[in-house]
Design a protein around this ligand. Structure first.
Ligand SMILES: [Zn+2]
Length: 240
């Protein structure tokens, strides 16, 4: 807290507990200096923390006159609790300025420290999400991407996406663990599993029938795939 914030806090506690009022100017200045020193590492407000409320709660509950430690001790307990909940998961997309191929990794370490410091000082909420690296959801995504075959670096896949929209769409659905219509055959156009739906096109010149791949699956196929997906998910949950 800055001296100004400490002075405001002192004025507030004196108002709540008039026994704390000091008539002597010199004594008041001494007390302010003492509080400023002892509360220099305690913020006035932070995530889930308010020094004034802590002081108020103390005065409301305790018959003893409030001491600076009655504010600093709860702050350090609050900070320890926050840090125990902060798992430190690093979200690279929140730091586009960091080069992932940096030789030393210094920028990454510095960013990690800055985040930790911000959490410790209450400037930001703790990160409580661990990266999704295990569990049935992650395993299911792995299984589906593996079933689609051959790994391709994401950057390459992205560059090729517009030349193979069907494939890009299936990969997107797999990553989001959403139903993929192509996992079932279409009962409307009889397109087999893994192949796109097709439209019949009749050539007006020779009346020959041809099939053209359609970019969108037929609605009944989407319904069937969703039902199959939900059934599989229910089975997995029953086993879990
Ligand atoms: Zn179809």
């Amino acid at each position: 807290m800055t001296p100004r914030e400490v002075a405001a806090l002192l004025a507030y506690v004196v108002k709540l507990d008039p026994r704390l009022a000091l008539d002597d100017q010199a004594a008041a200045a001494d007390r302010l200096a003492q509080w400023c020193d002892l509360l220099s590492d305690v913020p006035a407000t932070a995530h889930g923390w308010d020094a004034a409320r802590t002081a108020r709660d103390h005065i409301a509950r305790s018959p003893y006159r409030i001491q600076p430690s009655d504010v600093s001790r709860p702050w350090h307990a609050h900070k320890a609790n926050t840090m125990s909940r902060h798992v430190g998961t690093f979200e690279p997309t929140a730091h586009p300025e960091i080069d992932p191929d940096d030789d030393t990794g210094n920028a990454y370490v510095a960013a990690l420290r800055r985040e930790r410091l911000a959490v410790a000082s209450g400037q930001r909420a703790p990160t409580t999400h661990r990266a999704l690296t295990a569990g049935p959801a992650a395993a299911e995504v792995e299984r589906r991407l593996a079933a689609l075959g051959e790994y391709m670096p994401p950057t390459v896949a992205q560059a090729l996406a517009r030349y193979r929209p069907q494939r890009a769409e299936r990969e997107r659905l797999a990553r989001e663990d959403a139903p993929d219509p192509l996992t079932v055959a279409c009962t409307w156009c009889n397109a087999p599993e893994g192949e796109p739906c097709r439209r019949r096109a009749i050539n007006p010149r020779n009346q020959q029938t041809r099939y053209r791949a359609s970019s969108k699956p037929h609605p009944c196929r989407v319904e069937d795939a969703t039902a199959a997906y939900l059934a599989r998910r229910n089975r997995q949950e029953a086993h879990a």
